[in-house]
Design a protein around this ligand. Structure first.
Ligand SMILES: Nc1nc2c(ncn2[C@@H]2O[C@H](COP(=O)(O)OP(=O)(O)O[C@H]3O[C@H](CO)[C@@H](O)[C@H](O)[C@@H]3O)[C@@H](O)[C@H]2O)c(=O)[nH]1
Length: 238
């Protein structure tokens, strides 16, 4: 079974299209939408299109990372897909990531760079370089909002995650690297959808701070034994 987790903050105008598209192809999936502090009709739109959806509503706005962690806790599917609410990833791209899971634990979309504004591209490239330099991660597109995990691996990783904002994308991959999970990047089609919630000034600072925090959390977790090799990897099941 597939669980789809969507962190959503004031997404009434964007979430409808991807929900309709995904429902037509993956209608049996368990959909979990996590909204923290949305002040618009996001939840109504979700319930109208996908009445069986599990909706987690939190009163205050905390951030995408916090929302994703709550969603993963609730997920029961064997495969967990975490995706953005804007519908940038066409639904049939899921097949490519699902196929990749036959030889890895985490498959993440790798987006074409066309379609983004110059400044967004520049900030994204600088952030990516700093991430690779400070963490040794080999992943090119850590921030892609379309990622698929095997269930146990998602549960272990997100249970150890601590950051609440957009830094979760890097923290989860950093933990995957430390636990010894195999990550594959898969080139996917992508549609740039207007209406991003990312504030280039405020969120960039927060993402750098969360990168620093994630590196430290992993380091401390390894020192105190909270973070070690994953149970399945150390048992040789991988
Ligand atoms: N629950 C919740 N969800 C949030 C919040 N902030 C953003 N989100 C959700 O996070 C997703 C990504 O936000 P977008 O508004 O679509 O921004 P984007 O520019 O397309 O995001 C890109 O950059 C982010 C930062 O690098 C990436 O995290 C994201 O996956 C994507 O690549 C959307 O589903 C949005 O609703 C929040 O505070 N709470």
């Amino acid at each position: 079974m597939l669980s789809i987790i969507i962190p959503a903050y004031n997404e009434e105008s964007r979430i409808g299209t991807p929900l309709k598209e995904f429902r037509s192809l993956w209608g049996d999936a368990e959909l979990i939408v996590v909204s923290d502090g949305s002040t618009d009709r996001t939840i109504e739109v979700v319930k109208k299109i996908w009445p069986e959806a599990k909706v987690i509503e939190i009163q205050n706005n905390i951030g995408k990372g916090f929302a994703v962690r709550q969603g993963v806790k609730e997920a029961t599917g064997d495969i967990i897909c975490i995706m953005d609410a804007d519908g940038a990833a066409p639904p049939d791209e899921f097949r490519k990531l699902q196929q990749a899971l036959t030889h890895c634990d985490i498959a993440i979309g790798c987006r074409p760079t066309s379609g983004r504004t110059f400044i967004r591209n520049l900030v994204g490239k600088c952030y990516g370089l700093i991430v690779r330099f400070t963490t040794g991660l080999k992943v090119k597109d850590t921030q892609c909002g379309f990622k698929v995990f095997k269930k146990d691996c998602a549960k272990e990783i997100f249970n150890a995650c601590r950051v609440d904002g957009f830094g979760i994308d890097v923290e989860s991959l950093l933990l995957a690297q430390h636990f010894g999970y195999k990550v594959t990047e898969v080139p996917i089609n992508w549609r740039e959808i207007p209406g991003s919630k990312v504030n280039l000034v405020k969120d960039s600072w927060r993402m750098f701070w969360e990168l620093f925090k994630a590196i430290n959390t992993v380091k401390r977790g390894m020192e105190d034994g909270r973070i070690g090799l994953s149970a399945s990897v150390s048992a040789g099941h991988n």
